[in-house]
Design a binder for this molecule. Structure first.
Ligand SMILES: *Cc1c(COP(=O)(O)O)cnc(C)c1O
Length: 401
């Protein structure tokens, strides 16, 4: 049974998370369904960044290292991200980018399994993870990258996303981790499309990586993070031996000596201004009940599937129908996906397109309403009826899709 617009408004009126919407900056004239790509800004972020520029940087200058806590940021921010991924204090370091963290995790894993020469990754994933795996294999002679689900006794490490960026399929982290480790390989999870969207638990994995600009709303280019299971502290090696991973960075010793624990995986000077925006975002997540976020996310995605699926006879659902196997997005396939997404944006609904034929809609439960889902599905139906693929204005590709 499909809901009416009035019924959606009634759900919004009793939504326990409804109050969070007022904490984000959102355009009045658009429904934002691309929070899985770049989350909307917390309203508090601008003031927090301004304070970092004016008071910390401007007021303290180089003294900010001590007085504003810059030095401690990679671990302090890591400790605040940890509960979102099932990790404990001293297990997560924040900074750099996901691609860099993937490199660090894979390189460390290969060193821990010196008798095995295969990295397994998924061809259908967000490409950077696989590209980094291929680059690392090429750097080291005799290594190769093979496709998931190969898990033979030659596999050193398996790298997978919890939620596949294109289809929104969610993998069973506990089951896959156990299977990979039982085969003697190490497990690296990428939680870019899950952290902040629902409770994540990568504590059994060997390593995990993720970004903070999607569902976590840390802002464009915000720092990534790396989880290192404590059983590998002291034995796992960080290939990027930047000064921040040194046991005593400010001793300026001539030769590298690794820090103990997860700080041994830091690389460089913290991204102080980006961390300021992330600070504002994490402050919101520290008050949000992620189980409630998951419940609302599934309600929103189920509703969107129900309302939008019949928008066109050639529209095919690419996301699993079973709620447990779904992240916080809905993807459809359609041969004219690109012009439809463009025309939909002109109608005020921001989704995105992923080649070759995927229309992607992300649902961020902290700032989206049931009525937004209703209106977005209505707009999609109207756009399909207008057949925008006959209009050159919509078929011409922009640089970023
Ligand atoms: C978003 C995303 C990234 C981003 O990588 P960057 O290094 O931040 O550009 C990496 N991997 C996956 C799976 C992602 O979804």
């Amino acid at each position: 049974m499909t809901l009416s617009r009035d019924e959606c408004q009634a759900l919004d009126a009793t939504d326990p998370l409804a109050g969070f919407r007022a904490e984000f900056t959102l355009p009045d004239d658009r429904i934002y369904l691309a929070g899985n790509s770049l989350g909307a800004p917390p309203k508090s972020a601008a003031a927090r960044v301004a304070r970092a520029v004016e008071r910390e940087w401007g007021g303290e200058l180089v003294g900010g290292w001590n007085t504003a806590g810059w030095f401690a940021q990679p671990l302090a921010m890591g400790d605040r991200i940890a509960p979102l991924i099932g990790a404990g204090p001293g297990q997560v370091v924040a900074g750099n980018t996901t691609s860099i963290a993937v490199f660090q995790a894979l390189a460390a894993a290969l060193k821990l399994r010196p008798d095995r020469r295969v990295i397994v990754a998924d061809l259908g994933e967000f490409p950077t993870d696989r590209y980094i795996a291929e680059g690392l294999a090429a750097l080291l002679d005799g290594y190769e990258v093979r496709d998931w689900p190969h898990v033979g006794d030659d596999v050193a490490v398996v790298l997978l996303s919890e939620v596949v960026y294109s289809t929104g399929e969610r993998r069973d982290v506990a089951e896959v981790t156990a299977r990979v480790q039982a085969a003697g390989a190490l497990m690296v999870w990428d939680v870019c499309h899950s952290v902040g969207a629902f409770p994540v638990d990568v504590s059994a994995a060997d390593f995990a990586v993720g970004c903070t600009y999607k569902y976590l709303n840390g802002g464009p280019g915000s720092p990534a993070f790396l989880y290192v299971n404590p059983r590998h502290h002291g034995t796992a090696r960080n290939a990027l031996t930047g000064w921040y991973a040194h046991a005593e960075p400010f001793a300026f010793e001539p030769s590298f000596r690794p820090a103990e624990g997860v700080r041994g995986f830091a690389v460089s000077t913290p991204h102080v201004l980006s961390f300021a925006a992330l600070d504002a975002a994490l402050e919101i997540f520290e008050r949000a009940d992620l189980a409630a976020v998951r419940a609302k996310s599934l309600a929103l995605t189920s509703l969107f599937i129900e309302l939008a699926e019949s928008a066109h006879p050639d529209l095919r659902l690419a996301t699993p129908r079973e709620p447990a196997r779904r992240g916080s997005q809905v993807s459809f396939r359609h041969p004219h996906g690109y012009p439809v997404v463009r025309a939909l944006a002109e109608r005020g609904v921001q989704g995105d397109f992923r080649a070759p034929d995927i229309l992607r809609f992300g649902f961020a439960p902290l700032y989206l309403r049931y009525v937004d889902v209703y209106d977005a599905a209505t707009a999609l139906t109207e756009v399909f009826a207008a057949e925008p693929w006959h209009d050159e204005r919509y078929t011409r590709r922009l640089a970023v899709t």
